[in-house]
Design a protein around this ligand. Structure first.
Ligand code: TPP
Ligand code: MG
Length: 356
């Protein structure tokens, strides 16, 4: 298939942070700095969660390093009424939408965050660990928004590996047939754990899959936050105005291991890491902000310090918050506990020495 859109990923900032394409309209300096801060927040928080896991204080974590531009950028055109469904790799979008680091840190202790930590509902579904399922959740939410005539758009994400799951095709098919307000973002980081993308699919680009479902598609440089913003804004605007779904493929790369349970040195060529460090999305955006006079060395340092202090406070809050009662998983399953579950709960209470 020959299609101009799929020849080269759309780019505005090249690898050195120089402007090579038209800048999106309406880029307020305060917004640019908010995106940059959220990219830093994502990186430093992800590093902190890895450290907490190593100390035995948090669960397995999925680092975001190297993928902050797509993670944050995909949420930049979203309004409060819009939905986002993603995996932990796209934590940056959740943070931009207003999910608190305290809520995520509590989740990483293994508990569902209570409203006191999570704050008001910002329409982000819980992170999905079962690969590909969030594509169906987002397709369903978008159909619901259309049926209810809500003015909301749904952004769903999945990885390159998830596109091999049937869920992905089912979700895109439903979105195409029902013309629902869905933007499906495939975050192509080149790997599904240790499986490289050339063993995952034979097409040149995953964006080409949109054609078969009658869904317009775009290919974007996922390490260029301005390009991601431009492509997402166009797709979100089209969805909101009744123009139906879009498939977006964003090219990026993991800078780190797949997860805290992974050792990439066993399968990842060493040159791979150095190549992608040079393409670091944070460095690229920083260069643009410096050149445009939006930020200087001093401002950059104080921004990072402020983010570090904020994170320390948020993580402390999550770890100071009491753990839920161990028998809490019996709650909220049914309006009234069934006799069998009540017996099991009493048994758990008895074994743990909790009051009956
Ligand atoms: C249904 C299912 N199968 C397998 C796994 C194990 N698993 C966890 S992550 C992963 C690879 C995912 O790759 P990709 O979709 O490219 O996302 P990435 O991790 O690169 O962000 C697999 C196979 C899972 N979590 N769920
Ligand atoms: Mg992947």
């Amino acid at each position: 298939m020959r299609n101009q859109e799929f020849e080269q990923p759309y780019q505005i900032l090249n690898q050195d942070g120089q402007v090579t394409g038209p800048l999106p309209e309406g880029l307020e300096p305060a917004r640019l700095l908010e995106w940059y801060r959220t990219m830093w927040l994502t990186r430093l928080f992800s590093n902190k969660l890895v450290a907490l896991q190593r100390q035995g204080r948090a669960t397995t974590w999925i680092p975001s390093n190297g993928q902050e531009a797509i993670a944050v950028g995909l949420a930049t055109p979203l309004l409060a009424q819009d939905w986002l469904t993603a995996s932990p790799r796209e934590m940056g979008g959740y943070l931009l939408k207003g999910v608190t680091p305290a809520a995520i840190a509590y989740f990483c202790r293994g508990f569902p965050p209570p409203p006191e930590l999570a704050g008001p509902d910002v329409r982000c579904l819980p992170f999905t660990i079962v690969i590909g399922t969030q594509t169906l959740h987002s397709a369903g939410l978008a159909m619901a928004a259309k049926i209810k005539k809500e003015d909301s758009v749904v952004v769903g994400t999945c990885g390159d590996g998830a596109t091999s799951e049937g869920d992905f095709s089912e979700a895109l098919n439903f979105a195409g047939v029902f013309q629902s307000p869905l933007v499906m973002v495939v975050v192509n980081n080149g790997w599904a754990i240790s499986v490289p993308s050339h063993k995952q699919y034979a097409a040149k680009h995953l964006a080409q899959r949109g054609v078969g479902f009658g869904v317009p598609a775009r290919l974007v440089d996922g390490n260029d936050i301005l390009a991601v913003h431009a492509v997402m804004r166009e797709a979100v605007d089209r969805a909101r105005s009744g123009g139906g779904p879009t498939l977006v493929e964003a090219i990026t790369h993991r800078q780190a291991a797949h997860s805290t349970a992974d050792d990439p040195t066993r399968y990842c060529p060493p040159e791979n890491l150095s190549l992608w460090e040079a393409r670091d999305p944070l460095k690229r955006f920083r260069r643009f902000l410096f050149d445009g006079g939006y930020l200087d060395e001093k401002g950059d340092m104080s921004l990072v310090q402020e983010v570090e202090a904020y994170l320390t406070g948020q993580v402390q809050k999550a770890f100071d918050y009491p753990a839920p009662s161990p028998d809490g998983f019996f709650n909220n399953v049914y309006a009234e506990l069934t006799p069998r579950l009540a017996r099991q709960r009493d048994q758990v209470r008895q074994e743990l020495g909790l009051p009956q």
